[in-house]
Design a protein around this ligand. Structure first.
Ligand code: ATP
Ligand code: MG
Length: 172
């Protein structure tokens, strides 16, 4: 099976991927795959990020072995058997993104995306979508949650349990 680990930047995809790799899972970061295969297209000056053609990326992913965890904020758009979304409360996510030295505008754009469930909505329609709230988890605990989902212990992780609206209403 191919599993996508997606989520807003800073929700901890790369950290959980590192732990899963250490535990023997086959893991591929899509950012690295895109760079290796020359799939990074026009740079979006405003965002300081590259555009990627999802079809081209899907093509590249199809050539990979079938038993793999694909990690990246576009992975939920690919042909995969399961999507696992990493979530993080916007207030904690803010701290993580500010610590990266990101501009206020870039931090804000991503907090809005997380607060509004943008990636969840993009993933809706996929038959197997799960969410992990990493706000109070260390990467090892997040990896435990991923492994539980892979074992089929999915009850706690079905979409609908994570809701940042209360926190966001506090901003107004
Ligand atoms: N579970 C966690 N608990 C505390 N801090 C974390 C956790 N996971 C990640 N972090 C921290 O948050 C920051 C972002 O994590 P990470 O790089 O894994 O995010 P990402 O989802 O891969 O982001 P991107 O989409 O930009 O690659 C890092 O500084 C990392 O140390
Ligand atoms: Mg990452």
């Amino acid at each position: 099976v191919k599993v996508a680990i997606s989520g807003t930047p800073g929700t901890g995809k790369t950290e959980v991927a590192r732990v899963l790799r250490d535990r023997g899972h086959k893991v591929k970061e899509l950012g690295a795959l895109c760079a290796d295969r020359g799939l990074l297209r026009d740079i979006d000056e405003e965002r300081g990020s590259y555009e990627v053609d999802i079809e081209e990326l899907d093509e590249a992913v199809r050539e990979l072995e079938n038993h793999i965890i694909l990690v990246g904020h576009l992975s939920h758009l690919l042909t995969v058997d399961m999507v696992i979304l990493m979530r993080c409360s916007p207030s904690v996510l803010r701290e993580r993104l500010v610590r990266r030295g990101w501009s206020e505008a870039k931090v804000r754009e991503n907090l809005e995306a997380e607060a509004c469930d943008v990636i969840l909505f993009e993933a809706i329609g996929h038959p197997r979508v799960f969410e992990i709230d990493t706000t109070r988890l260390c990467p090892e605990e997040a990896a435990d949650a991923v492994e539980a989902i892979l074992r089929g212990e999915t009850e706690k992780y079905t979409p609908g349990n994570i809701d940042w609206s209360e926190e966001v209403m506090g901003w107004f």
